[in-house]
Design a protein around this ligand. Structure first.
Ligand code: ACO
Length: 349
């Protein structure tokens, strides 16, 4: 059975850097508050009109494809993870296929927020293991800056997120010494509303307050995106930060240990852990719990903020570019986020 390995990796962050102090022109916040609670110093924001989730993905994917030593025409399948798509539908996968002038290959969009990239990687891994595809482009990309509440009302969330993209070419290999050893996916929908963007959507909350029969079709149509929703900022993400924190610090170590046990390793065997860059405090908590040294964990949230589906491939790419990952290294990727969903992947580089 073929295994899959990362044959090429790329990342892209927009040129524009926004410091914590610069956010003060929009909201009542301060650098110290943000750094103490999240570790974030700055983040990148996409160009308002010229950059989208897809264009950033194209940049990252082009680098990954080049580093894999193949061309866009060699890609057999696309798995694209994002929570900030260019359009409500169709997904970004087909937009990437079009932009990169790829063949009429399959393109799948994954909606698993912070663990989106790991879910995407796992899907791609299964396609390669079955022998169906040889080269799969796996992408995580986000343009958060276009969908955040930049008033003081939204400050607990908007200061955390940044824009960017990361991509890998996952390739079939017969080499049993390298590649993805296993992936582990989980979910618990009980807390779906704790970290969520409710609107626009088809959920029935609106109906509870009013008599359904009183609406005519025109009014119902307008409820998908109403003025009230916008006035009440319901089209922005909601997060109960403390509940997210409490669950994340349990599920991160759990899913990392699951991957290690499955393959007969201990935390001390990890050469590099790349946790989803949710919050530096969460990463530090996980590091402490697993008794990992500083050089075993890579964090870059300080400079990019939380880029959701893009955070794991951006951090992985940056660590690799810095020479922190060598051939034969045991690398663990882990994520936790909205859903809740959480996941890990263990690989030999
Ligand atoms: N600047 C200044 N003050 C702020 C800001 C801000 N940006 N945001 C909130 N505050 C204020 C609040 O208004 C509140 O003021 P009050 O006490 O006068 O009412 C005070 O700070 C404390 O607010 P909390 O929301 O209780 O702040 P908390 O200490 O919980 O920190 C945070 C918020 C950083 C989000 C924290 O809950 C956390 O780390 N949660 C983990 C969730 C997370 O990291 N999510 C990332 C995205 S999800 C993911 O990737 C998994």
């Amino acid at each position: 059975m073929p295994r899959s390995k990362i044959a090429g990796i790329g990342m892209y962050v927009p040129e524009k850097v926004v410091t914590n102090n610069e956010l003060k022109q929009y909201m009542d916040t301060d650098d110290q508050w943000i750094q103490e609670r999240t570790g974030i110093q700055e983040r990148h924001y996409a160009h308002r009109t010229e950059e989208t989730t897809t264009t950033m993905a194209v940049e990252a994917a082009s680098i990954a494809i080049k580093r894999a030593g193949i061309s866009a025409a060699d890609i057999d399948f696309i798995v694209f993870a994002t929570l900030s798509p260019d359009y409500y539908f169709p997904g970004c996968g087909v937009l990437l296929q079009r932009a990169m002038k790829m063949k009429e290959i399959g393109a799948l969009d994954v909606r698993n927020q912070c663990s989106g990239f790991l879910y995407a990687l796992s899907v791609a891994d299964q396609f390669i293991k079955t022998g169906m595809y040889k080269n799969i482009l796996v992408v995580g990309s986000e343009k958060h800056s276009f969908g955040l509440d930049f008033t003081t009302r939204g400050r607990n969330i908007s200061v955390i997120f940044g824009d960017g993209a990361g991509a890998v070419v996952l390739q079939a290999t017969e080499n049993e010494q390298s590649g993805i050893l296993s992936t582990h996916l989980h979910s618990d929908g009980e807390s779906a509303e704790i970290l969520a963007m409710y609107n626009p959507g088809t959920h029935a909350n609106h109906w509870a307050e009013k008599n359904y029969a009183a609406f005519d079709e025109a009014e119902i149509g307008q409820m998908f995106m109403s003025h009230t929703m916008i006035d009440q900022a319901q089209n922005f993400p909601f997060m109960d930060g403390q509940s997210v924190f409490k669950k994340a610090v349990v599920k991160f170590p759990e899913v990392i240990m699951e991957a290690l046990y499955k393959n007969g390793y201990n935390p001390s065997d990890i050469n590099l852990l790349i946790p989803h860059q949710a919050n530096l405090r969460i990463s530090q908590f996980v590091q402490q719990k697993l008794k990992l040294r500083d050089d075993q964990v890579y964090n870059n949230i300080q400079h990019y903020g939380n880029t959701t589906a893009a955070s794991v491939p951006i951090a992985l790419c940056e660590a690799w570019q810095k020479g922190m990952i060598k051939e034969g290294d045991l690398v663990c990727l882990a994520a936790f986020g909205s859903g809740f969903t959480w996941a890990s992947a263990l690989l030999k580089w």
